[in-house]
Design a protein around this ligand. Structure first.
Ligand code: AHR
Length: 484
C-alpha cells in the first residue's frame, strides 16, 4: 500500500488554471468532421447537419476552445473552397483523403456557437503566405464594405465571426509537413503574418509555431517574432504503443522541454526589456501510436476510419497525470491547451452512424478537470513517485483534488486541509479497471467513474482519508471557507 500525505499550500499558488486549458482539435481528418461533428444523414443531425449528441457531449466536456481545421490538414487547406454555395472537392495529400469542403469556416463558427466554444483557426503558412492569411482574417472579422466581408455576408453571416485566436501554421519544423522549412524562414513569414492580422483585427491573439522537442527552433523563432505574438505553441505526443514505463516517462521528458522553453521566453523578454508576456499554448496534446500507416490510401475517399484508437485504463491514467502535472502544475506559463482530437480521431468521444455515441475512459478526467479545475492551482507537498496530483481552489471556495495513482498498488491518501477551512465533502469518485485491456464500446463502459464507497472514505473536520485503488484516477471535491 502506497502512502500519500497531501498537504496543500493555500498561500502561494502556482498560478491560475483557466477554462482555456480545456480545449480540443477539430481536424479534417478521418471521421472527426465528416461522420463525427457533421453528418447531415444521421438521425441526430440538426438543421445544419451537426450531430446534436456530439454537441451535447462537447458541452458536457466543457470544451472552451476548438482549434480548426488542423493539424497537418492545414498544409494544403484553401479556406475559400469551403465557403459559399459552390464548394470545391479537393484532394488532401496530408492524410490521403478526399475533402468535399461541405464543412468550412461558416459551419465551424456556427458549430462553435452552438457548443459555446471559442473558435481558433490555424492559418496555412505551409504552402500559402501572409497575404492569404490576411484575406481570411478580413473575410471572417471585418464588419463590411470590402469585397471579402461583403462576400461573408452574402454567404449568410452578416455579423463578423469575431475569431480571436489564430495559429501561425502547424508543425513547420517537421519532416512530415508539406511546407517544412528552416526556423528563420518560417519566423519571418509568421512575424509578417502576425503584423497584418493585428492591423486588421487588433484584438487577435497570434500563436507562433514552436516545437515540442527542439528548443533551438523555439529560441530562433521567438527571437524574430517575440514582439508580435501572444503565445508559443507546443505539441506534446505520447505513444500509445509504447511500453508502460516509456509511456508514462514521456511526461517527464516533455516537462523538461516545457520548463526550458519557459526559461527561454523569459530570457528573451528580459534581454529586450519587454513588458510583453508571451505564454505557452499546448494546442495539441496527443495520445497516439503515431503510425503513419494509419493514413488513408488510394482511392482517396471522404470520412475514412483513421486513427480511431480504443483507449484503456493506461490512457485514462496518462490523461489524468497530464492534466495534473502539466496543465495544473505549469499554469504559471501554460495559457491554453487542446487535446488532439475531440471526436473519433484519437478522441474522448466516438460515434457510429445512426445516432450512436460513446465516451472513452479518458473523457472523464477531462470532463472533471474542465468542470472543477478552474481557479488557483495550489502547491502540494512532495508526491511519491508514480503519483500525480493537483488541487484547484475555485473562486466560490470549492476545492477539487485530482489524484492519479500510476502504481500497481492501492494508495492510502490522507488529505489535511488544516486551519478549520473544510465545510464538507461534495463528491469523491474514482475510475479504475482491473482488466488492463478493457475499453468502452457503444454497449459497455467498463471505464467509468464510480463513487468512492464509505469503506474507502472518511471525511472528518479538516481531513479526508481515502483508499484509492491501484492504477486509478480520482477526484475529491470539498467545500471550503476560502472563497477568493
Ligand atoms: O492530431 C494528429 C496530428 O498530429 C495532427 O494533424 C498534427 O498536427 C500532429 O502531428
Amino acid at each position: 500500500m502506497i502512502k500519500l500525505n497531501l498537504r496543500l499550500d493555500f498561500q502561494n499558488p502556482i498560478g491560475t488554471a483557466t477554462k482555456m486549458l480545456y480545449g480540443g482539435l477539430v481536424e479534417h481528418l478521418g471521421r472527426c468532421v465528416y461522420g463525427g461533428v457533421y453528418d447531415p444523414a444521421d438521425p441526430q443531425a440538426d438543421e445544419e447537419g451537426f450531430r446534436k449528441d456530439v454537441m451535447a457531449t462537447m458541452r458536457e466536456l466543457k470544451i472552451a476552445v476548438a482549434r480548426y481545421p488542423g493539424g497537418c490538414f492545414t498544409d494544403l487547406w484553401c479556406w475559400e473552397d469551403g465557403v459559399g454555395p459552390h464548394r470545391k472537392a479537393r484532394l488532401d495529400p496530408a492524410w490521403k483523403q478526399l475533402e468535399p469542403n461541405t464543412f468550412g469556416l461558416h459551419e465551424f463558427v456556427h458549430w462553435c456557437r452552438k457548443c459555446e466554444i471559442e473558435p481558433m483557426v490555424t492559418l496555412n503558412l505551409s504552402l500559402r503566405d501572409a497575404l492569404d492569411a490576411a484575406r481570411l482574417v478580413e473575410y471572417c472579422n471585418f464588419p463590411g464594405g470590402t469585397e471579402l466581408s461583403e462576400q461573408r455576408k452574402a454567404n449568410g453571416d452578416s455579423n463578423p465571426f469575431g475569431i480571436k485566436y489564430f495559429c501561425l501554421g502547424n508543425e513547420l519544423y517537421a519532416p512530415w509537413e508539406f511546407g517544412q522549412c528552416p526556423p528563420e524562414t518560417y519566423a519571418v513569414r509568421a512575424r509578417e503574418c502576425a503584423k497584418v492580422i493585428k492591423a486588421i483585427s487588433p484584438d487577435a491573439k497570434c500563436l507562433l509555431c514552436g516545437c515540442g522537442y527542439d528548443n533551438d527552433w523555439n529560441r530562433k523563432v521567438l527571437e524574430i517574432c517575440y514582439d508580435h505574438v501572444d503565445a508559443l505553441s507546443l505539441h506534446f505526443g505520447f505513444g500509445s504503443n509504447d511500453p508502460d514505463e516509456a509511456f508514462y516517462h514521456t511526461l517527464y521528458v516533455h516537462e523538461k522541454t516545457l520548463r526550458e522553453c519557459a526559461d527561454i521566453i523569459e530570457a528573451i523578454r528580459q534581454s529586450r526589456k519587454s513588458e510583453r508576456r508571451v505564454g505557452i499554448a499546448i494546442d495539441e496534446w496527443i495520445i497516439w501510436n503515431g503510425d503513419d500507416k494509419a493514413k488513408g490510401s488510394l482511392p482517396y475517399t471522404v470520412g475514412m476510419h483513421l486513427l480511431e484508437e480504443d483507449y484503456s485504463i493506461r490512457e485514462v491514467l496518462l490523461c489524468g497525470a497530464f492534466l495534473s502535472r502539466f496543465l495544473h502544475g505549469h499554469c504559471d506559463c501554460v495559457d491554453l491547451a487542446c487535446v488532439a482530437q475531440l471526436v473519433n480521431v484519437i478522441a474522448p468521444v466516438r460515434t457510429a452512424p445512426g445516432g450512436v455515441l460513446w465516451r472513452q475512459g479518458n473523457f472523464y478526467p477531462m470532463a472533471y478537470a474542465a468542470r472543477y479545475g478552474c481557479g488557483k492551482s495550489l502547491r502540494l507537498s512532495d508526491l511519491p513517485q508514480d503519483l500525480q496530483a493537483s488541487a484547484i481552489l475555485a473562486e466560490n471556495g470549492e476545492l477539487a483534488v485530482f489524484v492519479t495513482n500510476l502504481h500497481k498498488e492501492p494508495c492510502n491518501m490522507n488529505l489535511e486541509l488544516g486551519g478549520g477551512v473544510a465545510k464538507g465533502l461534495l463528491e469523491a469518485v474514482t475510475l479504475h479497471c482491473e482488466d488492463e485491456k478493457a475499453f468502452n464500446t457503444p454497449e459497455r463502459s467498463p471505464l467509468c467513474p464510480q463513487k468512492l464507497t464509505e469503506a474507502a472514505l472518511t471525511a472528518k473536520g479538516d481531513s479526508v482519508m481515502a483508499t484509492l485503488p491501484a492504477h486509478s484516477w480520482s477526484c475529491i471535491r470539498l467545500n471550503t471557507q476560502l472563497a477568493l
